[in-house]
Design a protein around this ligand. Structure first.
Ligand SMILES: Nc1nc2c(ncn2[C@@H]2O[C@H](COP(=O)(O)OP(=O)(O)OP(=O)(O)O)[C@@H](O)[C@H]2O)c(=O)[nH]1
Ligand SMILES: [Mg+2]
Length: 308
């Protein structure tokens, strides 16, 4: 399946409701007026584009309509996709690579947001590119968390460093970084807990993990990636704020874009955190992770043909 087809499939639910909205406007409305623009905005807000992006898209559609440049539904969808693409262009960046030593990538995020699964998929992606990958199982809070990561290790061929349930996560991180250095690993992906007995305990734990990693490699972690569940739409933002503020974040992975009607979240997320989106999660299988591409994303969400 092509790159574009895959994201298009994933975003089908969002794309269908937006497409239906545009069709409705073009069949019911002879001349666009304030009411039409309000309808457009409502439709975008419902897909969780967030207020800023929704406003920008509506303004641009209005401008083009008044210039006579929007005659058909396809014109409108394509214009909306163009605005979105340019808004999301600054959100593009690739994963950091470190010369001579492991790139240490720390994953944080609300429980269930997709940290462990994203690590598994990213390991698959990196192993496929010929990199040597190791996983650090620092979610020692739940026994099942380590098992889940070990399964991904088996699936992808990445080595896993783990501790016993209830072990100090920072101690596991320390061992993992030491081992990654000793074994000449290219990428060390570190999983963390999304939940603890209490919130403060969790944030303190993340800070401690960072500090301990930095003791082994001074400029590590090289990336702290916050995972966000796109199917939670705007809710994901408020939930993730504390993680970004307390544990720090350099970049985002937007998970569960498949099967959600809230596929506009990429935009809201980028506006909120001002962080690059490295990858999008489009399912639970090893191959279901894509580098974020604003044009494919925008054209898929507005049901346009592949823009290439
Ligand atoms: N459809 C879909 N499901 C996903 C995606 N990413 C993760 N999931 C599923 O979401 C659920 C939670 O994912 P995890 O990776 O376990 O989330 P987590 O952040 O590690 O959760 P905790 O360890 O509890 O903090 C699992 O059932 C995953 O299979 C995705 O991109 N698409
Ligand atoms: Mg997990």
């Amino acid at each position: 399946m092509s790159f574009f087809q895959k994201i298009k499939d994933g975003l089908k639910k969002t794309a269908t409701s937006l497409s239906r909205g545009f069709t409705g406007i073009f069949t019911r409305t002879k001349t666009w007026d304030d009411d039409t623009y309000a309808q457009l905005k409502r439709m975008l807000l419902e897909a969780d584009f967030g207020p800023e992006a929704s406003q920008k898209i509506v303004e641009e559609l209005r401008k083009l309509y008044e210039l006579g440049k929007i005659a058909t539904e396809a014109d409108a969808r394509s214009a909306a996709a163009d605005v979105l693409t340019s808004m999301l262009q600054p959100a593009v960046r690739s994963l950091k690579k470190v010369e001579n030593g492991p790139a240490v990538i720390l994953f944080t995020g609300v429980n269930g947001s997709g940290k462990t699964t994203s690590i598994g998929k990213l390991a698959h992606h990196l192993v496929g590119q010929g990199f040597k990958v190791m996983l650090g199982a620092c979610d020692t809070f739940r026994a099942a968390a380590t098992e889940q990561l070990q399964l991904w290790g088996e699936r992808t061929g990445a080595a896993v460093v783990a501790g016993r349930q209830g072990a100090d996560p920072a101690a596991v991180a320390f061992d993992a970084v030491k081992s990654a250095v000793a074994k000449g690993v290219d990428y060390l992906l570190i999983d963390t807990a999304g939940r603890q007995q209490n919130r403060k305990g969790l944030m303190d734990e993340l800070v401690k993990i960072r500090r301990v990693i930095g003791k082994v490699i001074p400029d590590a972690p090289h990336e702290t990636i916050l995972t966000l569940d796109a199917s939670q739409g705007m809710n994901a933002l408020s939930q993730a704020r504390e993680f970004a503020a307390q544990a720090g974040a350099d970049a985002l992975i937007l998970t569960k874009l498949d099967g959600t009607g809230k596929g506009g979240a990429a935009c809201a997320v980028h506006q909120e955190f001002h962080l690059p989106i490295l990858f999008t999660g489009l399912g639970e299988q090893p191959d279901d992770l894509q580098a974020f591409d604003p044009q494919s994303y925008s054209r898929a969400v507005f049901s346009c043909e592949d823009g290439e």
